[in-house]
Design a protein around this ligand. Structure first.
Ligand code: DGL
Length: 268
């Protein structure tokens, strides 16, 4: 594997750009190819089989484009497909669940951890398993948030509708007395302050982006696949939906300008 190869990354749409942002901060010398499956967003209501199919297809695209590692910057896709991708893919595949689970287990003091995620992620039970692999004594309270990612992405992230959904999803976690909450969906960090207000200031929130960026950095360093630090990394953006919509919505998530966006046809 040549260190000059890019990092490949995919998500159900623009949410994974929060992960890309963290990778760009942590590894400014690396090139990245990012595929946003905006044509099939949202992943949350999809079945496991559908998500495995999409994840396989997008991973193959990234491998074909020379990725040295594939980052699944989407909680729903990671929860449904990570082991399958890891078994089949010729390069390492990293996902969001394990790094966040580790951070949550390290952070909790009362050993009660909440997980906010999509229906698909909650149904998979992957967070519960990942947390219990590290500490079987931690109580995990999962809450599915149907519609929350769509509300955040829909142009009005700080609307009354988003606030109502945030209040409804945080209430059971407050009742359960968790002291640490995993924001188990790429979109939720965008309303971190709103969620924090509902959860209470003494609850720690854990997001995927920084944790996963650290995992990518460690993987490349240990394998000796880091690009030389004098290089300024660039990003190539690919969307399965409308490229212009990706650019507009994506800029808010990446918090950086997005240049050209290539369109990719997918199977359906
Ligand atoms: N990237 C997706 C996730 O983290 C966003 C939500 C969705 O596509 O439903 O689960």
């Amino acid at each position: 594997m040549t260190p000059e190869a890019p990092i490949g990354m995919f998500d159900s749409g623009v949410g994974g750009l929060t992960v890309l942002h963290a990778v760009m901060v942590r590894l400014p010398h690396e090139d990245v190819v990012y595929v946003g499956d905006t044509g099939r967003f949202p992943y949350g209501p999809r079945t496991r089989d559908e998500l495995v199919g999409y994840a396989r297809e997008l991973t193959a695209v990234l491998v074909e484009r020379g990725a040295k590692v594939v980052v699944v910057a989407c909680n729903s896709a990671t929860a449904a497909a990570l082991p399958t991708l890891q078994r089949e893919c010729p390069v390492p595949v990293l996902g969001v669940v394990t790094p966040e689970a580790r951070a949550a287990v390290q952070a909790t003091r009362n050993r009660r951890v909440g997980v906010l995620a999509t229906e698909a992620t909650v149904a998979s039970g992957r967070y519960v398993d990942a947390i219990h692999d590290l500490d079987a004594g931690v109580e995990v309270v999962q809450v599915a948030c149907p519609g929350l990612a769509e509300a955040i992405q829909g142009g009005e992230p700080y609307s009354e509708r988003t606030l109502e959904l945030a209040q409804a999803t945080c209430a059971p976690l407050r009742e359960a007395g968790v002291d640490t909450v995993v924001l188990g969906c790429t979109h939720y960090p965008l309303i971190r302050h709103m969620l924090q207000r509902e959860l209470g200031a003494d609850v720690q929130t854990i997001a995927a982006a920084e944790e996963l960026a650290g995992e990518v950095a460690a993987t490349l360093a240990r394998k000796g696949w880091e690009r030389d630090r004098g290089h300024r990394g660039g990003c190539a953006f690919v969307a399965t939906g409308d490229p212009e919509a990706f650019r507009e919505e994506g800029t808010r998530f990446l918090q950086l300008p997005i240049g050209a966006v290539e369109h990719l046809d997918v199977t359906g």
